[in-house]
Ligand binder design. Structure first.
Ligand SMILES: Cc1ncc(COP(=O)(O)O)c(C=O)c1O
Length: 356
């Protein structure tokens, strides 16, 4: 923040510079960064530098050790600190109640307004619903019929656009960036009650700030290289390749899963997840219940034990009574994804035979 060097009356203040001694921000005040720390961090974030002979061997070894313990060998992996499910856990922490509504599987996991009304009306008997949470593209279902809520709100006119509180979130964790580990993101709030805004500011201030590399990364995501700049061509090439690889894997996943009798998979449209429906034979449902497990948990545990493939049972997210699903990411490299899908297919066929 810039300090005004003149008084309100326009007079010069009796000093020529502001000497900041208020905040414990050592580097901002000129303290030199420790070379070893910066070297290892630079190597971790850009491992190509491991081939650069300007870096000492001990820094390289340290970076290798850190990278080896990161998922996928990337410091951008969120690693062991991630906690799921985020939203229900946050609500539980706040003592709030979650109101569930179902998406329409028949219509590619789209939102059916009458179902939303049903959930709302039922919930009103017990609580006072306050907020609607939209995840788009969906997780776990991957449905992606993108509408900007801000745009719709403004199209609805002042009665709504001046009153409805809207908070939008975006982060660097997904899409072509996939930079989960940097914890960078932003939030835009519209029409927030001024008193709530004061509390929000307080909450944000208490946390000081997210890590600065994450903030820098977000700055790059919203201001990518421009045409004519030296990095533009490589940036576009890499972004396009990543997006088309994801699109290819999405198609592959849908196609192969739909060849399996007893599995049906909606198109994987916009996220990195598929949420196929699986038929679980009655005998397997019974055995699962005897074990005190949800049937799709039983299925996923068996799959893990027999094939080493780790999926998330649909029951962990909520699904219509009597239906079963699993959530599978499309992120493994194409070769591995093909092997994975072939193994799921083989397992499902064997499982169905065994329990029919
Ligand atoms: C719906 C949803 N919200 C939030 C997150 C967490 O994202 P971030 O890494 O930006 O905190 C994830 C995924 O990992 C997600 O799928």
């Amino acid at each position: 923040m810039k300090y005004n060097m003149t008084t309100a009356q326009g007079a010069k203040k009796p000093f020529s510079e502001v000497i900041k001694a208020n905040i414990g921000d050592a580097h901002a005040m000129g303290q030199r960064p420790i070379t070893f720390l910066r070297q290892v961090l630079a190597l971790c974030t850009y491992p190509e530098l491991l081939n650069d002979n300007k870096f000492p061997e001990d820094a390289k070894n340290r970076a290798r050790r850190i990278l080896q313990s990161c998922g996928g060998g990337s410091i951008a992996a969120r690693g062991v600190l991630a906690q799921y499910p985020l939203y229900s856990a946050a609500l539980a922490d706040l003592g709030a109640v979650q109101i569930n509504y179902y998406l329409s599987e028949e219509r590619c996991w789209s939102l059916d307004v009458s179902e939303l009304r049903r959930a709302l009306n039922e919930a009103r008997q017990d609580c006072c619903p306050r907020a609607l949470c939209i995840i788009n593209p969906g997780n776990p279902t991957d449905g992606c019929e993108f509408h900007s809520f801000k745009k719709v709100l403004f199209e609805m006119g002042p009665k709504y656009s001046d009153t409805v509180e809207l908070a939008s979130f975006h982060s660097t964790s997904k899409c072509y960036m996939g930079e989960c580990g940097f914890r960078g993101g932003y939030m835009e709030v519209i029409n927030l009650d001024p008193e709530v805004k004061v509390q929000l500011t307080k909450l944000v201030s208490v946390r000081l700030c997210p890590p600065v590399p994450g903030q820098a990364l977000l700055d790059l995501v919203v201001n990518p290289p421009e045409p004519g700049e030296p990095s533009y061509a490589t940036f576009i090439k890499e972004r396009t390749a990543t997006l088309s690889d994801l699109a290819h894997k999405a198609e592959l996943t849908e196609q192969i899963l739909n060849t399996v009798p007893g599995i049906s998979c909606n198109p994987v449209q916009g996220a990195m997840y598929s949420f196929p429906r699986i038929n679980i034979p009655e005998r397997a449902v019974k055995e699962a219940k005897e074990k005190g497990q949800a049937p799709d948990m039983f299925y996923c545990m068996k799959l893990l034990e027999e094939t080493g493939i780790c999926l998330v049972p649909g029951s962990g997210f909520g699904q219509r009574e009597g239906t079963y699903h699993f959530r599978m990411t499309i992120l493994p490299p194409t070769d591995k994804l093909k092997i994975l899908l072939a193994k799921v297919k083989e397992f499902h066929q064997k499982f169905t035979e065994q329990y029919s």
